[in-house]
Design a binder for this molecule. Sequence first.
Ligand SMILES: C[S@@+](CC[C@H](N)C(=O)[O-])C[C@H]1O[C@@H](n2cnc3c(N)ncnc32)[C@H](O)[C@@H]1O
Length: 222
Amino acid sequence: MMDAMKNVLTISKSAQKRLKKFLHRLRGDVFDNAGAVTEADIAEIHRAIDRVNPTIFIEIGTGTGVSTRATYKYLQDKYPVCDFYTLDIFQEYLERIVSEFQQDQHLHVRHGLSVKRSETTDPAFEELGNYNGPDNVLRKLLDNELNGKSVDIAFIDSRKGTAVPEFKVLAERLSPDGIILCHDLLNGGKGVELVDYLQHDPRFTYQIINTGPAGMIRIQRS
Ligand SMILES: C[S@@+](CC[C@H](N)C(=O)[O-])C[C@H]1O[C@@H](n2cnc3c(N)ncnc32)[C@H](O)[C@@H]1O
């Protein structure tokens, strides 16, 4: 990818960005970091952690690691027994985090698609056409590794078209006072489909938090 971009320096930055997106699409991975996580998003994650005093935190969507670092450092500092899991379909993102935190026993990275492709909707479904890595990683983590333990906090920051199936899986295992946060709503992202779903699931209540351009949803049991 970088080599291809080296040869297009005569075009404008915005054209380069568009071209990069098309090149990604050719590779079958169009998962950009469209809605950057802001300071206000991080503050909301920290607030949720303080409310719940978690022992298990699951993040879906490691990406470049902004939320991963800010969340994990906070946990290390204030809730050092909490196990933090972060999932991504791109191994390179996970490797970066592992190399930064070395052998910390409470940080766990898991590679693969959170759910099954057949559970996703567009745009994720279409984008995953060429994906052939591990899948259903969230269920496998909950059922095998965590073996019936409940999740205290989850942060969904994956992709439009996957938030609802991820929420459904997490909802079954959320601890009584647990919180599920979902990023990207006010920018028209994945949170919109989740809010739409939540209208029809009376087991949960939610608040929309204006954390900046992307926004956050905080979901708890009713
Ligand atoms: C918006 S970025 C995450 C940004 C990250 N939270 C941060 O603060 O830097 C979304 C990430 O989720 C990953 N992703 C998208 N859909 C996924 C899925 N269904 N399962 C696992 N990872 C997924 C993408 O590869 C991408 O790295």
